[in-house]
Ligand binder design. Structure first.
Ligand code: AMP
Length: 248
């Protein structure tokens, strides 16, 4: 179970307090992986195993969207304005937002950074923040999967028009074709789950992340993990590679 005190502080910028016991060995990790590789599931497993808190910038933005605009910090208000205008959130804005929450990086539980850094500029800023906090990254887990497998995984997803629940035509088929098991609503394929859209998204991811992977590889921190197989198999692989790469 992720530490709720740190997570609340990360999501809502609250004070970082918690009564839960800290792990003897806090891990400081970055997770990289294209949409569809199962990075979120691995983050959950890792969080459970290592006691580290999963910190996702995407989650912060989703929480901010639901929050009262007046309660948001200046950096968050900038980020919301950019997203509303359909623009990418700039590096400076994301960096400012993470900086506001730097205490969460040094909570003593360790962290699994997910969705940040996304660019080399963000990675450099993270290095600075960690140096200021007297911390170092232990490793960068880079989950990889051939494009065609990602396309197969994502393009089989169907979403319920009524309750938004999801099914998968191969891996989690509904009892009745095209009908949601949960509420009986109609299942459909979202525009961004179509193979053409998935390929475009994957290419964009590849272009933006390749320099980041190189950046961490040059520092000897990159741990490449094949994301083929079941979540349990991928996790066993992750643990073995982490053990090899990270000393206690
Ligand atoms: P995610 O859940 O990681 O896919 O993030 C959802 C959205 O939040 C992204 O599409 C971006 O618009 C924004 N976002 C999250 N993290 C970052 C980041 N590090 N840099 C820029 N934008 C980000």
């Amino acid at each position: 179970m992720a530490n709720q005190g740190v997570l609340q502080a990360w999501l809502y910028g609250k004070e970082c307090v918690s009564m839960e016991p800290k792990p003897a060995r806090p891990y400081h990790l970055v997770l990289l992986g294209a949409p569809g590789v199962g990075k979120g599931t691995q983050a959950e497993f890792l969080s459970e195993k290592l006691g580290a808190v999963q910190l996702s910038t995407g989650d912060v933005f989703r929480a901010a969207k639901a929050a009262d605009a007046g309660a948001l910090s200046p950096a968050m208000q900038d980020a919301m304005a950019a997203m509303k205008a359909g623009k990418l959130v700039s590096d400076d804005t994301v960096i400012a937002m993470v900086r506001e929450r730097a205490a969460c990086l040094a909570s003593g539980y360790g962290f699994l950074l997910d969705g940040f850094p996304r660019t080399v500029q963000q990675a450099e800023a993270l290095d600075e923040m960690l140096a200021d906090l007297g911390l170092k990254l232990d490793g960068v887990l880079n989950y990889t999967l051939p494009t065609e497998i990602v396309v197969q995984r994502l393009s089989g997803r169907r979403t319920c028009r009524q309750c938004q629940a999801t099914a998968h035509v191969i891996f989690n088929p509904p009892k009745q074709d095209g009908v949601c098991d949960k509420c009986g609503g109609a299942l459909f394929q979202r525009e961004d789950d179509r193979p053409e859209s998935i390929r475009v998204r994957l290419q964009a991811y590849e272009e933006s992340t390749a320099p980041l992977a190189q950046y961490y590889d040059a520092k000897g921190l990159l741990i490449t993990v094949s994301a083929e197989g079941s979540p349990a198999e991928i996790f066993a692989r992750t643990e073995a590679l982490l053990k090899q790469a990270v000393s206690d």
